[in-house]
Design a protein around this ligand. Structure first.
Ligand code: PGA
Ligand code: ZN
Length: 420
């Protein structure tokens, strides 16, 4: 079915910053909309998010230029193309942009079109989005990774590590997994209040962001919260952390101020090994910095046999970086964020390359999100097996969990066991 028209406009994300919304209309009248997310702790190698830079609107963060690229140049180039041929559409936009990082038209413009057209194509075929995206792959519900405590860029730099997440890996259904994560979230709240910490609402992704003394203290608190909620750590609910270490890496060293230590790459690896021995940590994201290629293989050698080691800022959903990581045994999993690369086709390619190499893939939201739950369908369709969208508060997060609960309730999809 041919693309007839693209419309686009500026909306606000969950931090109150502008982002792009796109609507695609096909010749049969089918319509698809998509909203583009936005990160705060972004990787250097991400595709470009085009901002207006006009200081009189949203402190320069407006996206009217990206919007006009959708309705102008991109619409002119893709009108008449077949909405069911996603890779041809995405290739056309990449060529039209002409830069290696989508810096001319903006990854926010291109991704909006990529996803809106996929939705319209699904509507035209009268099938759910996940089934359209699966295109022959085995679809399954992902295990959720749920933010409980936040730090770093998402919580006013209280502590260095960015996310302390509950990973409910010992349950048969998605609904039971979310239930366990919600119970841990509540138990963590009770422990924080009992310990006398002041809480002033939730952090950017809906987790608690108390002013803890150190990263170690956060690990301690989360371990206790899992037990307080009545679960066996390591068996039913374990810990995942997003160290987001690029954001405290300077001059070749890791600056862990709250621990009172500045570490070399080797020492950072030792520190992570030690934390995994002391706490039920089974997944570490960005344990090392985005260009610390030398130390990533050492971390993988030390922990890769028993801990999931994910590259987020390290790989930026970029297939060339993931291929290098596979060749150098740098990690064993990739975080997949559509707007880090800017098209649906490239996103699915990265996921496919990772899974084919025996790696794991985690489909992820951004810290700046919208009510769009596209990535829930993407997680199901890609067979990635895991998803990370923040906590169990804030509706931009719940849109994603609730979509997965809906898909499970309607039947026909089962939870992919963790690590399978
Ligand atoms: P971001 O954070 O969206 O702010 O980049 C999410 C993450 O690091 O996983
Ligand atoms: Zn991350």
């Amino acid at each position: 079915m041919k693309i007839q028209e693209l419309n686009a406009w500026e909306i606000l994300d969950s931090r109150g910053r502008p982002t792009v919304a796109v609507e695609a209309r096909l010749e049969d009248g089918s319509i698809g909309q998509a909203q583009v997310p936005s990160g705060a702790s972004t990787g250097t190698h991400e595709a470009v998010e085009l901002r207006d830079g006009d200081p009189h609107r949203y402190a320069g963060k407006g996206v009217l230029r990206a919007v006009s690229h959708v309705t102008g140049e991109i619409a002119a180039a893709v009108k008449g193309m077949d909405a069911h041929r996603q890779s041809a559409l995405d290739r056309r936009m990449i060529e039209l942009d002409g830069t290696p990082n989508k810096g001319r038209l903006g990854a926010n413009a291109i991704l909006g079109v990529s996803c809106a057209v996929a939705r319209a194509a699904a509507a035209s075929s009268k099938i759910p989005l996940w089934l359209h995206l699966a295109a022959g792959r085995t679809a399954s519900l992902p295990v959720p990774m749920v933010n409980i405590l936040s730090g770093g860029h998402h919580a006013s730099h209280n502590i260095e590590f960015q996310d302390f997440l509950a990973l409910p890996h010992g349950f048969a259904t998605f609904a039971e997994s979310i239930h366990a994560a919600a119970a841990v979230h509540k138990a963590a709240y009770d422990l924080i209040v009992e310990a006398g910490y002041t809480l002033t609402g939730v952090a950017d992704e809906g987790g608690w962001g108390p002013l803890l003394r150190s990263n170690g203290e956060a690990l301690d608190l989360l371990s206790k919260a899992i037990e307080r909620a009545g679960y066996r750590p390591g068996e039913q609910v374990s810990i995942a952390i997003d160290v987001a270490s690029s954001h405290f890496f300077r001059d070749g060293r890791y600056h862990l101020h709250t621990e009172g230590r500045i570490l070399s790459g080797e020492e950072m690896v030792e520190q992570l090994v030690d934390w995994c021995a002391r706490y039920p940590v089974i997944s570490i994201e960005d344990g090392l910095a985005e260009d610390d290629w030398d130390h990533w293989p050492r971390l993988t050698k030390a922990l890769g046999g028993r801990v999931q080691l994910i590259g987020d800022d390290f790989f930026t959903t970029n297939v060339a970086r993931v291929r290098r990581g596979i060749a150098e045994r740098s990690a064993n999993a990739v975080l997949v964020k559509m707007n880090q690369i800017g098209t649906l086709t490239e996103t699915l390619e990265v996921t496919g390359v990772a899974l084919a190499a025996g790696w794991r893939a985690v489909i992820s939201a951004r810290s700046g999100e919208t009510e769009d739950a596209f990535l829930s369908d993407l997680a199901v369709a890609s067979g990635a097996g895991q998803i990370k969208v923040g906590s169990i508060t804030r509706s931009e997060r719940l849109a994603k969990w609730n979509r997965l609960l809906e898909l499970e309730a309607k039947g026909g999809l089962t939870l992919q066991p963790f690590g399978a």
